[in-house]
Design a protein around this ligand. Sequence first.
Ligand code: IVH
Length: 700
Amino acid sequence: MSRAPSGETAVDKLSQAEAKAELKRLAAEISRHDKLYYQNDAPEIADADYDALRRRNAAIEARFPDLIRADSPSRRVGAPPATGFAKVRHPHPMLSLDNAMNEDEVREFFKSVRNFFRAPEDVKRVEPDSIAVMAEPKIDGLSCSLRYEHGKLVLGATRGDGVTGEDVTRNVETLGTIPKRLAGRGWPDIIEVRGEIYMEHPGFAALNREREKDGEPLFANPRNAAAGSLRQLDPAITAKRPLKFFAYAWGEASERFAKSHSDALKHLKAWGFATDPHSKLCHGVEQLLTFHRDMAAKRAALPYDIDGVVYKVNDLDLEDRLGFVSRAPRWAIAHKFPAQRAQTMLKHIRIQVGRQGTLTPVADLEPVTVGGVVVSHATLHNEDEIDRLDAREGDTVVIQRAGDVIPQIVEAIKDAKHDKRPKFKFPHKCPVCDSLAVREEGEAAWRCTGGLICAAQAVERIRHFVSRNAFDIEGLGDKHVTEFWNDKLIKSPADLFRLKAAQIESREGWGETSARKLIDAIAARKRISLERFIYALGIPQTGEATAKLLARHYRSFERWREAMTDAKDHDDAAWQELNNLHGIGEDTAADIVGFFAERHNQQVLDELEDELEIQDYAPPAAGAAPLAGKTIVFTGTLAAVSRNEAKARAEALGATVTSSVSAKTDYVVVGADPGSKAKKAAELGIKVLSEDDWLKLARG
Ligand code: IVH
């Protein structure tokens, strides 16, 4: 942390001109620190130093009252600057849901719930033909978390990336369906009520009519209108928009207030929240599927948009045990409605180059509305898919859109002119860098061989690097990355951290403030968690869950890098350590090791290491994670819990689960009929736990 400037002139010695200049400097500096603190959640100075700046500002103003500036920090006492919303960290992450696209996937999901449990009495409760599950409409709006302390609404936050959202308290306070004080009794002292903010169709239509009259751009659908209306810096605008709220979940709660989800919804209702009246407690998967069909039939007549239904295991004890993987719970799933379809003209097929060099054909379409969203592009996946559809430029095509996934072409209609249109020839060269493209035996994709010289690959990698779940650099959109790359301002990720405001402010569309803001946003990200850093590298098959696993196991960037660089072939201990991690298969291990084998990647890592402070993985506090950093192997058959539940529990307690015993293993949990692993553990002197020992440890 840097210190407040010392050696400054005493306030009573300042001339008028010096005072004026200093007040200007202090206004800018305090406002910058406010932003780092409130918006970026990354203060650069200690609170005491910040207070010193404010005190000096106040002292100068007291001596020179005529010089008080319109933008003086003394006029904004501690309030977040009006340039955006303050960031807030969710005490419990706001999870998302995995999707089931059809009935088979729903049945699969409930089979996996069943297989998670082993004890007969648990299994009985989760048998797919009788399990108690709450079924609710999946509202198409935006999720929001409302924090109540002693019954009073103290914070409203958007989901953001699930970990950090935006403070929209003053906006949510304007919604009639959000109680400012909880009604009734029995609410926990601290409770975060979660649910969906949405807009009903009549209100949406009226809003758009008004916007049309005023010459303002129209909202594409009620969800966009709801999001746009909530995120208004002036809450008076939000107040005029017809927003509503349905409660369906909760985050932090200072005490357990329900035994089941259905019970919890009843409480939420009693405390003054609206809950969706269609929600229904079902028993067995068949009842859930009937609920889904009913809702699909009712959907068109509902006053608000829904895009599927959500199933939640009703018993909260079972929910707790199921826990979650990465960002989605194991106890809930969204069953989406079938994709909506429309016909339109395929104008042109172009080739997009991804960050690993994959050439993906994309169809440019005559814009068409599908399920309330205007679609003008669709993916054609790969060469074989174009052949299978026999899609040609100029054809009429059927497109479908399901949920948030990229629209797809499902059929090219063979009209009279179809045969006269030329067949599409898949290019054998990269359209961006002109390098040769290759399609390996057994692969569906053509790949550009340009590697580092390919602009498309470089730009895509940087886009990934700055994206929300990676470095999350606000204000650096795709368009900017391309422009900065073209003008050689950023050639590799480390260049981002060497950018200067002066290089940006004179560019078209930029000014002094926006350039400063961007540089601040980049500087605020110099300190980064190991898991975000690993994810940002964009190593093939290394998504967020894998990145987290690696961070948790290797703990520090140095250790991870050393191990990956040592893991040259399958016989190396470092290779085996990686491959043994539960959740990392042979292919993923090969991709990670392959990344480190490239000399230029090592150079990128060197440069990044110079610019960044990559934080070691911080295991959760000991109380919350008694097994933090421990490596566990399960072997043999466990009697009370399934292998899946044992692994999930170990991971929730901070441990890493691996499949084979080595000197790095801390515990081997031995069930009935153990194999060679138990023997090996004994040979290596590793602590062996019986199932009972394990259960005691896991219960804490
Ligand atoms: S439960 C851990 N229930 O769907 C469970 N979500 O795809 C958290 N959503 O981010 C969500 N209706 O915005 C739940 N009845 C409902 C919902 C619902 C809509 C949204 C929510 C969530 C997204 C996940």
